[in-house]
Design a protein around this ligand. Structure first.
Ligand SMILES: C[S@@+](CC[C@H](N)C(=O)[O-])C[C@H]1O[C@@H](n2cnc3c(N)ncnc32)[C@H](O)[C@@H]1O
Ligand code: SF4
Length: 331
């Protein structure tokens, strides 16, 4: 690594680790009482934290990924108009139907060889509980020394079965349970069972967090208009720095991507060469050393090329979560 690369990795890789540690959504999935108390004295802790991670990187020479979400399917039981993964706007051809355990295992084994560790590893969709191999995947992820915490984000339309419950009873696990109980017009007569899921998880001593609790399920925003473009870089950086997409890298069908919205872009839009260059293809890396290098480069960027496609116009915030599209857009 040359001087410039080290400078960028320090600024955008290591500093970002600290930002993620202090992001409420992330830490809610694994924080202990002691940790949350320590976070109240951030200046002292931050210095030590950065120092420790610089030293650690110098010794191990592999990056830490703060948050990585694995897409097990883009299919969903709901059809939310403002879904940040744009699920209703995929077509039958562009959906990821259901990733098989063997594929997942191969991806994870490949990835873990090339990184120091992953602080928070998530299973997301669409609705991840639609994937029958989820229990096996969860069990496998929890066994990995290089994965510190594991989460699943669910819309609570499916009650976890015995097999999944067994896998979820692990100290690394946190479940993010969305609260869409007010949504009554879901296609196919599907209903939200938020309280049943919550009860079941609590009875089994499984850690939960509800991202909608503080706002009484009124914390959604409209999505930016998405189309291929090259916008002014200053504008793009400004948007990137305020975007929640900075906090959740994705692993989607073998590709490491910036955010959940870029999962939609990769599968549904024509990408420019500049955007393609940012993507890390873990299934086609020549060896683990090359993959390590590519991941470091990915983590060292000041903003994402995908942001050029996101146009923040007429944005609305504080909307009720999970409003459904009137009719299915792409059957
Ligand atoms: C894409 S969902 C996937 C998991 C699951 N299907 C669900 O809805 O909980 C992941 C998270 O993103 C949130 N989300 C989706 N669209 C959003 C939006 N437009 N504004 C704010 N949060 C959003 C959901 O509420 C959920 O907590
Ligand atoms: S936000 Fe809605 S449509 Fe999108 S994945 Fe979650 S439940 Fe499905």
């Amino acid at each position: 690594m040359n001087k410039e690369e080290w400078k960028n990795y320090k600024r955008y890789g290591i500093e970002h680790l600290w930002e993620c540690e202090n992001n409420g959504w992330i830490s809610a999935l694994y924080d202990s009482k002691v940790l949350s108390l320590l976070r109240n004295i951030p200046i002292i802790i931050k210095k030590q934290f950065i120092k420790y991670h610089k030293l650690r990187f110098k010794i191990i020479q592999k990056p830490v990924i703060p948050v990585l979400e694995y897409v097990v399917t883009t299919k969903c039981t709901m059809n939310c108009k403002n879904c940040n993964t744009l699920v209703p706007y995929f077509t039958n051809d562009t959906h990821i139907k259901a990733i098989k355990f063997e594929t997942f295992k191969k991806d994870l084994d490949t990835l873990l060889k090339s990184v120091d560790y992953i602080q928070l590893f998530g299973f997301v969709g669409g609705e991840p509980l639609l994937n029958d191999d989820l229990p096996q995947m969860v069990e496998y992820a929890c066994k990995q020394r290089k994965i510190k915490h594991v989460f699943i984000a669910t819309n609570c339309t499916i009650i976890p079965n015995e097999k999944l419950l067994k896998a979820l009873k692990h100290k690394k696990i946190g479940i993010q349970i969305s609260n869409y109980t007010h949504v009554k017009n879901i296609k196919g007569g599907i209903t939200v069972k938020h309280y049943e899921v919550k009860d079941l998880l609590q009875k089994n001593n499984i850690k939960i967090s509800n991202p909608h609790e503080a706002t009484n399920s009124n914390n959604w925003q409209t999505m930016p208009k998405i189309y291929p473009d090259y916008q002014d870089v200053d504008e793009v950086i400004k948007n990137y720095n305020c975007c929640s997409g900075r906090f959740c890298y994705m692993l989607s069908d073998g590709l490491i991507l910036q955010c959940c919205t870029s999962v939609y872009m990769v599968r549904n839009l024509k990408l420019t060469e500049t955007v393609k260059e940012e993507i890390v293809d873990i299934r086609n890396a020549q060896n683990s050393k090359e993959l390590t290098k590519n991941i470091i480069k990915f983590l060292s960027k000041p903003y994402s090329q995908f942001c050029h496609y996101c146009h923040f116009v007429d944005m609305k915030y504080g909307l009720p979560c999970g409003e459904q599209v009137e009719e299915e857009v792409n059957a």
